[in-house]
Each structure stands twice: as C-alpha cells, then as structure tokens.
Design a protein around this ligand. Structure first.
Ligand code: ADP
Ligand code: MG
Length: 339
C-alpha cells in the first residue's frame, strides 16, 4: 500500500465520516491492524455475503459516487435481509482509477458520506477492507446474525405455499432507461425521480427479513428479476410455481409510463432488491400482520406447485410466455440492461 492509499483510508474510511457512527460493542478491533477481531453473539449463525459492483457493468460509468456508495452497501444488506439476518459488520475492497481525470478525493467524499449514511441507518460498522489502484470497482462483504434454525434459505419452499413479493417490481429497470435517455422526453419530473431513486437508492428490506424469520419457508432478494430469482427458489426446493401476472405489484410511476398491460418488465427486470418469499397457509396471517406493522406492502403473486418450472398465467389461467433469462455475466445472451 502506498502512503497516499494509507491517507485515503485514514481520511475516508476510518476518519470523521466513519467516527460519526456509534461503535459496536462486538467489534473488538476494527480498521487499522492486519485483521479485524469480531465477537459474534453466542448461539447465532454468522451470515456472510459479498458482492462486487464494476463500473460499466453494474452501473453506468457516469453514475454519481453517492449513488454507488449507497448501492454497494444496499445490495449486500439485501442479501442478508433475504436470509433473515441482522446486519452487523461490513468490509469494503475498493479499486480506484489513478488517472488525472478521475477526481479521487471528491469521489471518495461523496461515496463515503452515502455509504456511511446507510450503514448508520442499519447500525452496521465498517471493520476493514482493501484499497487498490485499478478500474473502478467496489466489493462489499456484509456479515450478520441469524438463529440457525430461522435462517431463510432457498431450499424449503413447499407445495401449496403462497408466493409473496414486497414493494413493487420493474421500477429500477425503468430508472435505468431514464438515466440512459432511452425514454420519451415528456415524463413528469416526479415520476423520473421516483424511478431513478429506485435504481440508484434501493432500500434493503432488512426489517422485512427479520419479521419473516420463522414464518417464511424460503426467501430470496430480487436482484436479477422475479422470474430468475423465484426460479432459484424453485430449483433449490425441487418444486414449481404458478404466478398470476395481473397480481405483480407495480408502482404508479411504472404504470404511468408503461400502461396497465405491460407485464414483461415487472416479471423479469432486475435491480429492485425486493424480497420474494414463500409462506405456508398456517403462517400467512402472521406474515401479513407483521409486515403491515412495518408499513411495507406485500403482494401474493402465486403459489408453489409440484410440477417443476415457473408458469406465468393470466386471470383465466392461460399460460403466458413472459420468461426471458435473468442476467448472467458469462452468458452471451445476457439480457440485463446495465451490461
Ligand atoms: P494489509 O497490508 O495488512 O492488508 P492494508 O494496508 O491493506 O493492510 O490496510 C490497512 C488497514 O486498513 C486494515 O485494517 C484494512 O482492513 C483497512 N482498510 C484498507 N482499505 C480499507 C477500506 N477501503 N475500507 C475500510 N478499511 C480499509
Ligand atoms: Mg490489504
């Protein structure tokens, strides 16, 4: 590590911006040594997740640093939420261009402020990381706690379970079209702002994940699209699903842009970071009560069945062909619009 990298860490990741957050008592040793020393609560499983955001792949090159700082943390907290884990600690590996045209200090100021604002909201502490030169890329690892027998995996959806989705789906994909200028010019500014915020400032559904502990049979966060992500639950659980497209929850902003009859984007677009989860009949009322208490909308979109595969259906039960593949970095036919 060069002296200037050391300065950057001291200033942006261990300095005043970070110190404005309360220190966690379970961090025995944080940033500054060869490794952090952490004390997980006895009896809890440690949930660990890591995600990398690469400029030009996961966000357009011109995305502002504040949006990246928020999203890099949010997508990892979303993974913990989908396990029912309570976030505690994060590490951050960041690779920054050294070229003269990249405004490193200004970029880091904006990045750090919004990263730590979200960290504060969820009570998580940055406990270490790595800082290197290279193409802009950000890797966040998030760690949290969950009672082992209450973790929500993808593996235990059962035939007859209802399938639910939090919030609305498809908004982030429209946000991306807007930032890329691929939309009509006459979209009202409030609609634009709403949809771009859904792309750049996803709200990880941490409280919902905690509320679903012990109630949901399986859960996943919607990062690659509802069809693709629900498909992971189905494959891991060895079951199938019938989803009623008219039930897919879409925001007013979404409907105002695409009209009432466009389902494809809501079914397949990624980046919304909502939770998709399955619940046995026995627990459905408790789930509704707990999520109501959080003020978070949930929508029942379909049901788990025995026949493998995902079937989209209209209100008469007729099967619709809405399925496009989720985003796969190594697939030539990748469909994600950020790539
Ligand atoms: P080492 O050479 O032992 O790998 P480094 O010089 O890379 O250590 O980092 C020094 C300290 O700063 C370590 O505690 C490391 O976890 C922390 N650190 C480095 N980069 C970051 C970062 N981007 N965010 C948070 N902590 C960081
Ligand atoms: Mg290092």
């Amino acid at each position: 590590m060069t002296a200037s990298e050391f300065d950057l860490i001291a200033r942006y990741f261990a300095g005043d911006i970070a110190r404005a957050l309360p220190a966690r008592h379970d961090v025995l040793l944080g940033i500054g040594d060869d490794a952090a020393l952490l004390a997980p609560p006895p009896g809890m499983a440690l949930a660990v997740s890591v995600d990398t955001l690469v400029a030009g792949v996961h966000f357009p090159d011109n995305t502002d640093a504040a949006a990246i700082g928020h999203k890099a943390l949010a997508v990892n907290l979303s993974d913990l939420a989908a396990m029912g884990a309570e976030p505690a600690w994060v590490t951050l590996a960041i690779s920054l261009p050294a070229c003269a045209t990249f405004p490193r200090e200004a970029w880091l100021t904006d990045f750090a402020h919004s990263f730590f604002a979200l960290a504060k909201q969820h009570g998580v502490q940055l406990v270490g990381g790595d800082t290197t030169r290279g193409p802009l890329s950000i890797t966040v690892q998030a760690m949290g706690f969950v009672p082992e027998d209450e973790a929500m995996t993808r593996r235990e959806a059962q035939v007859g379970d209802a399938i639910f989705v939090t919030g609305t789906v498809g908004d982030a994909a429209l946000g991306l079209r807007l930032v890329q200028g691929r939309c009509p010019a006459d979209i009202p500014p409030p609609v634009k702002q709403t949809l771009i915020a859904r792309l750049e400032r996803p709200e990880p559904r941490v409280a919902a994940g905690l509320a679903l502990r012990g109630l949901a049979s399986a859960a996943i966060d919607v990062s690659d699209g509802l069809g693709a992500d629900l498909g992971h639950i189905l494959a891991a659980s060895g079951v199938g699903a019938d989803v009623q497209v008219s039930q897919l929850p879409r925001s007013q902003a979404f409907v105002s842009m695409l009209g009432e009859d466009d389902w494809t984007l809501a079914a397949n677009a990624g980046d919304d970071y909502e939770l998709c989860f399955t619940v046995a009949a026995l627990h459905q009322q408790a789930v509704r009560q707990r999520l109501d208490a959080l003020g978070l909308r949930i929508t029942r979109v379909g049901e788990i069945g025995a026949t493998p595969g995902l079937r989209w259906r209209d209100d008469t039960g007729r099967e619709l062909d809405l399925t496009v593949a989720g985003y796969d970095h190594f697939s030539a036919a990748s469909t994600r619009e950020t790539s």
